[in-house]
Design a protein around this ligand. Sequence first.
Ligand SMILES: [Zn+2]
Length: 282
Amino acid sequence: MKLQRMDTLLRQAREKKIALGAFECWDSINIQGIAKASSLTGIPVIFQATPVEYEPMGGAAALVHMVKFYVDKYNINAALHLDHGSTLEQVEDCVRSGFSSVMLDASACEFEENARLSAEAAKIAHAGNLSFEAELGHVIGGDGGDGAESALTVPSEVVEFVKRTQVDCLAVSIGTVHGDYKGKPELRLDLLKEIASLVEEPLVLHGGSGTPIAQLHAAIKLGITKINICTDIHKAFLAGIEEARKTLTPSVPGNFYRPAAQMMTEKTVEMIRLFSTGIPQD
Ligand SMILES: [Zn+2]
């Protein structure tokens, strides 16, 4: 099965009024788990990685080979996306290596610079027939927070940004955080509603982990079509390793990964199902 453009999969998901999970990739065990979860649920999936994750694997091309292998093995519909690319060189590298989608994240910059860099990256992506994601507003990263420190997306900038960048998928900042929340998550659904009324491009939510499911369902109903999950599957994987340490000696590293793979796969199945069932309809 060929890797598909991410925006194609997201538009199909939007028609079905569901969202797709985009899961962070860091090794072949976790990539196989994501592929299995997609196969078990029958729902397309987005594999994504930042350079920090794919460089230790041997670079962008190594990740492409790995993901394609499991996409074929499990016969699933999937995209492979560069998450949080920070330079045009990284975008070019992923285009050359065979990704089907890329993000350049210049969201920490002022509007003008974000729009300029995003437009340049979009040109590179489109020349290779890849879809392109950029972020307007800034979801804070690293050590979390309660979302209040993030720069929220300003609705009056959205139309201009989409027009100037030719972005295919727009990441918005509506109160989520990267990593664990420090306080109580409270998504700004009012903002999302306004943004969704202005553009037709699929909307992306970064920092999905730890967000109450009722808020995620409300966000999907209003137009969020891609939900990024990193922390939740990291935790499931590491919990599996901890489990193994209680009973196994470290003589065969492969044995340590069995419970980790299983727990991460189960968590991925759970998230894919949460994003595709029980969403309130009108
Ligand atoms: Zn992110």
